[in-house]
Design a protein around this ligand. Sequence first.
Ligand SMILES: *[C@@H]1O[C@H](CO)[C@@H](O)[C@H](O)[C@H]1NC(C)=O
Ligand SMILES: *[C@@H]1O[C@H](CO)[C@@H](O)[C@H](O)[C@H]1NC(C)=O
Ligand SMILES: *[C@@H]1O[C@H](CO)[C@@H](O)[C@H](O)[C@H]1NC(C)=O
Ligand SMILES: *[C@@H]1O[C@H](CO)[C@@H](O)[C@H](O)[C@H]1NC(C)=O
Ligand SMILES: *[C@@H]1O[C@H](CO)[C@@H](O)[C@H](O)[C@H]1NC(C)=O
Ligand SMILES: *[C@@H]1O[C@H](CO)[C@@H](O)[C@H](O)[C@H]1NC(C)=O
Length: 497
Amino acid sequence: MLFIILFILVQDCQCKLLFDCIPIGNRFSDGFNSQTNTSSLQCSFTHSNKTYLFTKDFNDDSENDWSVGHTMVDGQIIFSSNNHQLFITSNLTLTNQSQLYLHRPFEISYLLKMMSQSQIHVFKSLQIQKNISIKDQLETNYPLIISWNAIGIELFKSLQINSNTECFDLLSMQSPYILNTANSINTIKTNDFPYPLSTGHLHLLSGQRLVRYCPFSVPFTNEVKCILTTPYYQKSYSGSGNYAFAYPHCPCNDEHTSCILEFLSSEVYLQSNDLSHTLLHINHNTTLYQLDTAKSIHVEDLCLLHLISMRPFSQNLIKTSFGFITNSGESDGMFFFNPLKNTLILTGTNELHLNKYKNKVPLTIIGHGLINLKDIQDSSVYSFKIDNEKEKFKVHINQKGNNQILIFDQQSYLDESPYCAVVIIKSKNTISCQSCKEGFSLTQSNLCIKDIHCNHYSSNGHCLSCKDGYQLSVDGTCQSNYYRIEKIPLCKGDTCD
Ligand SMILES: *[C@@H]1O[C@H](CO)[C@@H](O)[C@H](O)[C@H]1NC(C)=O
Ligand SMILES: *[C@@H]1O[C@H](CO)[C@@H](O)[C@H](O)[C@H]1NC(C)=O
Ligand SMILES: *[C@@H]1O[C@H](CO)[C@@H](O)[C@H](O)[C@H]1NC(C)=O
Ligand SMILES: *[C@@H]1O[C@H](CO)[C@@H](O)[C@H](O)[C@H]1NC(C)=O
Ligand SMILES: *[C@@H]1O[C@H](CO)[C@@H](O)[C@H](O)[C@H]1NC(C)=O
Ligand SMILES: *[C@@H]1O[C@H](CO)[C@@H](O)[C@H](O)[C@H]1NC(C)=O
């Protein structure tokens, strides 16, 4: 009971935090209201211990440096000053979802407290001297402090972070250089990373543009996810124009980073940039132009990936839920797996590893180009269909298994047995043709031969009737009537040929 009352009291007093000074308008010269009977004049002393609450954009037209006690920011606020005078606050608190855009030099001398989903965007400079306390927003890939073009950010060596449960991203910046601008030996420089704090480590990732904190109790993760928001990939933010990525530490193609790249656009121009440390995650229908070799490409089910104008000699590993594909960038490629219909759309020059496709249901592969089949499961059924009448679909089996059935339409074919419509692989190295394509007849020895004298075929390639002058023989081919007649009476001794 006592605990409950105490709890309510504590809660109550946090909610009813009273502020000495609350700006009336959007400028310093508009004056201040107060919740504590502090006069507007007292609030206008630029050196005081007063507490300030900002809930709207604020421009400081006092033309002085300003130092205050506690500052709370509640909302989305642009905080600026006429002549870039310094603002020093002992404590800064950002309430849930608050966004602070700092267009003036800013210094936090004691405690920075950030509540759930709040962020600070730095456009001039920021100094953090002591403690950082974060509430309910511990996740990676959601940086707390973002700098697209700040002049300097100073993290003091006295920094303390009170978080023991998760890794999180403290600072995303346009260049590692901005950590090195201060002359002070008291600030953490890029060479100091990984930097030990009393509770964990600060790490530099993503081309030294991301500062990540991981407490000792949690394994360090170097996974960074970047999202390209425009159709054009850029190696970094040039300092003008549109931001290609959601955060300045992106893209993350860096050997020390496990980089994941996602796209918002459905058409993306990669312009042959180096993506050798980047995993591309395809989670919607996407066309990629000018792709060089990426670390790998993960295509989700029901998402169509189209690769156009790949860099010559590029080779990409495409991971899907049924296995993986190694694509050679010789011709445009297309990839789409539909687990509901058990179909795979596949074009280009590909090596197919169907190691995860254990399904007994036939897998239908629709497309064109060249397939090298590898690692196919025993007792499985695959059918091949071309997607375009003008194209061919050539299949080669690299590793044969047991009881595998391959079914081909008229223009898709197994290179070892091009006229066969149904191939059964009974055991390793024995392939047997069960029926032939149109225009071919199946012989007794399971070969398909072209039979120009056949008139009608059964659906599985057996000749049903022969043209005039020919007759269906026991091996299923059309034999000349004349030949049969001729053979008997004319064959006399050595005149036979
Ligand atoms: C402000 O002043 C009024 C009148 O003097 C007083 O009644 C009130 O309690 C004061 N409020 C605070 C928060 O000090
Ligand atoms: C600031 O607060 C401290 C104690 O909290 C006090 O000693 C000091 O005089 C205050 N300074 C100003 C400028 O109000
Ligand atoms: C800053 O925060 C600390 C810890 O909550 C507190 O002890 C201190 O009084 C605060 N300082 C000011 C000026 O509000
Ligand atoms: C802030 O967000 C957290 C988590 O989303 C929530 O638990 C808390 O109640 C919120 N606080 C306020 C003051 O809205
Ligand atoms: C500042 O950090 C130190 C060291 O982690 C800790 O002892 C202290 O309680 C922290 N202060 C605040 C206000 O969080
Ligand atoms: C993605 O492509 C597939 C295959 O062409 C198509 O069936 C599907 O409707 C497309 N999805 C969207 C969201 O466009």
